[in-house]
Write a new protein. Structure first.
Length: 279
């Protein structure tokens, strides 16, 4: 019993050290590359405004007030998802270039845990960008988008979509590690997901065929919760079913990501990493 307790203590200590090291790494990078980080935030805000103001030009005047709020939070939700996929998924290329994938494997640390820590950067970018863009949006439209119906469900929608994006980007990174292709190059869905994923277009306004596709994508359920939280617009399937299906999709994505990460890591342990580092 004492031996088991000691082993359990060592395992927990190892996990704690790894988590601490990952947090230290990413927070230290934010401090050291603060101007690059600031540039990332400014670029993100410009993209927010381009999409939002472009979408507003197609909204009928009689629906402008409601749709302006839906548009803002829809674009914000999509951008947070897109940021996470790019910031997390693209880091496999960086690790391959500097040649530290093997270093982590030798030290019994899965490199995907290091990549997953990039969610810290993606989260901070989203937290900083949304309030600033919201103020600019208010000055341009006169609509206070921070006067929302239910802050809790709005927050849940952002947590859900960033977790979806995290697991999705880890899947892309793992596939990229196995195929020796940068993970982000495998991602072709981010733009079209804004429409067919129910993020930019409410399910009630979709054609039946497109609605079927939307139900098959996890982002739809986060978007439905986002619209309910922001405006009180009831989800197409009802609030309860939307939460259930959204949670099930999250579990499925988690399981798929774990399986693919294990397969890719096993392959790399056996065959090595075949990539050309930066000179």
């Amino acid at each position: 019993m004492m031996i088991k307790g000691s082993l359990r203590g060592l395992v927990l200590e190892s996990i704690y050290i790894k988590i601490y090291a990952i947090l230290w790494l990413h927070l230290t990078r934010l401090h050291r590359y603060k101007y690059g980080f600031l540039n990332m935030i400014v670029t993100d805000m410009i993209w927010y405004l381009l999409f939002m103001l472009g979408t507003l030009t197609f909204i009928p005047s009689e629906d402008f007030k409601t749709m302006a709020v839906i548009t803002f939070w829809g674009v914000a939700l999509w951008s947070s998802m897109n940021n996470t996929v790019w910031i997390v998924g693209n880091w496999i290329r960086f690790l391959l270039e500097i040649g530290i994938v093997e270093e982590h494997i030798v030290r019994n640390t899965n490199p995907m845990t290091l990549i997953a820590g990039r969610i810290i950067t993606a989260t901070i970018v989203t937290i900083v960008a949304i309030p600033v863009v919201g103020i600019i949006y208010y000055e341009l439209t006169g609509i206070n988008i921070f006067k929302i119906f239910n802050p809790f469900y709005l927050l849940v929608s952002f947590i859900l979509i960033m977790l979806y994006a995290l697991f999705y980007s880890l899947i892309l990174s793992s596939i990229g590690l196995r195929l020796r292709i940068p993970g982000i190059m495998l991602d072709v869905l981010n733009i079209v997901v804004y429409i067919i994923g129910g993020i930019g277009v409410p399910l009630t306004k979709m054609p039946d065929q497109m609605r079927v596709i939307a139900f098959l994508l996890p982002y739809t359920y986060a978007a439905e919760l986002e619209r309910f939280g922001a405006t009180g617009l009831a989800p197409f399937l009802g609030l309860g079913k939307t939460i259930v299906f959204g949670t099930l999709y999250l579990i499925v994505l988690l399981m798929i990501s774990i399986l693919i990460i294990r397969y890719s890591t096993h392959y790399v342990r056996k065959h090595g990493v075949k990539a050309i580092g930066a000179m």
